[in-house]
Design a binder for this molecule. Sequence first.
Ligand code: ZN
Length: 240
Amino acid sequence: MRIAVLSDIHGNLPALEAVLSALEPFEALWQLGDIVGYGPQPSEVVARLRKESAGGVCGNHDAAALGRIESSWFNEDARSAVQWTATQLEDGTREWLAALPERATDGPFTLVHGSPRDPIWEYVYSAPVARASFLAFSTPYCLVGHTHVPLVFREDDGLVETLSPSDGSRLELDERRAILNPGSVGQPRDGDPRACGMLLDTTTMTVEWRRVDYEIATTQERMRTVNLPPRLVERLSQGL
Ligand code: ZN
């Protein structure tokens, strides 16, 4: 089965549409949290995911928009985006978000937003954090988001190998355990502003990363219209 694996969509509908087109055809969609926050179309993004019957987990921005965690934990720009997002969620959208678990398991895959140790807040961005994370899940593979950077950590004979996938990178999943990050759809932070997503093929046990152009200016215009913080608008052009 071909599964589109997406994370950190952050209310950016044009980016989501572009990634979905680039990953087609797929039979299932898994998302790794931070569906909303930062971006100007939280409800539209949730509606699109519901249309695809997306499975997945909740992220720190989703939890904050639902009022489950204090927005004072966020920096000023993220906090004001979370507060605006909270006002935009209609009942059905809110209920759908509220039903997302912090952790999910499907076959050999564990799904979390942050890390298997701390699904909401911890970033798996380095080999030492990855080494500790491998102890916190029991399946062969773990899918994470949160860093907004496509990354792989693979256990190899007691060592942790780090890979930085780019557009078109493919990886075969073998007996080595791995933590895989698809990168961010709606707010990439690795210096490449193109939307990012991953295709997982559970028949061939391969993963492939794709980077796609989308109409960044359209999202930025919508953000300005609803008065989201200028720094959040600008960073989309830079991919930072
Ligand atoms: Zn995020």
